[in-house]
Design a protein around this ligand. Structure first.
Ligand code: DON
Length: 321
C-alpha cells in the first residue's frame, strides 16, 4: 500500500534538440576510427560480420528522426529482443506474476551462465540473461509455438512501426549451435520453472533473436518505451506507461549484463545490447539512442556503440540522475 501513489510520465523534447542532427553526425565521426573489441563467433554466421559497419540513430518522442552512417544496415536483434518480449509479457500477465517467475536482479555473471541458474535454485533472476529470456518467451500467449512466435514478431513489429522478419541464415546458424540455450531450457524445466517443451520454447527464443532490424528500427523501438508506450512514428499505443516503467527499471540494472552497474554509473540510462552489435539506450520522456557496430567487449556489448551512445547521452543531457 505504501506504493499506492500514481506516478507521472514526463514527456518533452530532447534538450538541445535543434542541434541533435549535428551532434549525431559529430558522434559518428568521433568514433568511426575506433577499432576495439571482437566480433562474436559463437554463432558461426556472426563471425562473418563486417567490423567496420557503424550506424547511429536518435529518435525523439516528438517524432524527430536522426540517422548517421550505417543506421539502415540490417542485422539480427539478438538479446535486444529480450527487452521488448519482456514488455509484451508484462502487458499480458502483469507486474507481479512476471516478477515472481523471471525476477528482476542482476546475476553478476555472463548472459548464458548455467552456474547463475544453479546458484539460485533454478530461478533465472532476470529477463535479460538467456535463462530468464527463455522463461519470458514461454509466457507469450498462443496455443502453439507457431502462434507464440507470431505474437512475438507482431509485438516487436509494433514497437518498430514496420513489419519485421526473420533472418533465416542467422536463425539456421544459431539453431544448429545452441546446445547451451537448450541446456538452460531443460535445466529450467528440471527445477519446475518452465512448462511446455524446452526445445520448442528455445526455438521461439532463437527466432526472436534472429529478427532483422536496423539501428534506426532499434531507436524507434526504444523511443516507444521512452514515450510511455506510444510509438512516436506511427502513433500506435503498443504497451502502457506502467509496462514501460517496469521494463526500463529491469533494463537499467541488467541490460548490459555484468557491466550494467558501470554503464549506469557513467552514462545513467537503461540500455540493452545484442551480440550482433546493436545497443539501444532509452531516455524516458525524451527519446532513444541506438548504435550498431559488430565488435564486442568480453561481456558481449558493442564497444563502439557504447562509446557513441555514452557520448550522445552526455552531449544531449540524457543522464537520468
Ligand atoms: O542466445 C544467445 O546467445 C543469442 N541469441 C543472444 C545473446 C546476446 O545477444 C547477448 N547480448 N549481448
Amino acid at each position: 500500500a505504501w506504493l499506492d501513489v500514481p506516478q507521472q510520465v514526463s514527456t518533452g523534447a530532447l534538450p538541445g534538440w535543434d542541434r541533435v542532427e549535428e551532434i549525431v553526425r559529430e558522434a559518428h565521426s568521433r568514433f568511426s576510427a575506433e577499432r576495439g573489441g571482437r566480433v562474436a563467433d559463437y554463432i558461426p554466421v556472426l563471425a562473418e560480420a563486417d567490423p567496420d559497419l557503424f550506424g547511429l540513430a536518435v529518435i525523439e518522442v516528438g517524432g524527430g528522426l536522426h540517422d548517421a552512417g550505417d543506421a539502415r544496415h540490417p542485422f539480427s536483434i539478438q538479446s535486444i529482443s529480450k527487452m521488448f518480449v519482456y514488455a509484451l509479457a508484462i502487458r499480458e500477465h502483469g507486474h507481479e506474476r512476471v516478477r515472481d517467475i523471471v525476477g528482476v536482479n542482476n546475476t553478476g555473471l555472463a548472459f548464458n551462465s548455467v552456474v547463475a541458474l544453479e546458484l539460485n535454485d533454478g530461478h533465472p533472476m532476470n529477463p535479460m540473461v538467456n535463462a530468464g529470456a527463455i522463461a519470458t518467451t514461454a509466457l507469450m500467449p498462443g496455443s502453439t509455438t507457431a502462434e507464440q512466435w507470431e505474437r512475438v514478431r507482431e509485438g516487436l513489429s509494433a514497437f518498430a512501426g514496420r513489419s519485421l522478419s526473420l533472418d533465416g541464415v542467422v536463425y539456421a546458424s544459431e539453431a544448429a549451435t545452441n546446445e547451451r540455450n537448450r541446456a538452460l531450457g531443460w535445466l529450467l524445466r528440471s527445477y519446475g520453472r518452465l512448462s511446455g517443451d524446452p526445445d520448442e520454447v528455445v526455438d521461439v527464443y532463437t527466432r526472436q533473436c534472429a529478427l532483422s532490424v536496423t539501428a534506426h528500427d532499434l531507436a524507434v523501438m526504444g523511443a516507444t518505451l521512452a514515450d510511455g508506450g506510444v510509438n512516436p512514428v506511427t502513433g500506435e499505443r503498443v504497451v502502457s506507461a506502467e509496462v514501460c516503467r517496469d521494463t526500463l527499471a529491469v533494463v537499467a540494472s541488467t541490460g548490459l549484463y555484468e557491466r550494467s552497474g558501470d554503464w549506469l554509473f557513467e552514462i545513467g540510462l537503461p540500455a540493452k545490447s545484442g551480440v550482433a552489435g546493436g545497443i539501444v539506450a532509452v531516455a524516458p520522456g525524451k527519446g532513444a539512442v541506438a548504435g550498431f557496430s559488430p565488435p564486442l567487449d568480453d561481456a558481449g556489448n558493442s564497444v563502439r556503440s557504447q562509446m557513441a551512445i555514452g557520448y550522445l547521452s552526455r552531449a544531449l543531457g540524457l543522464n537520468l540522475f
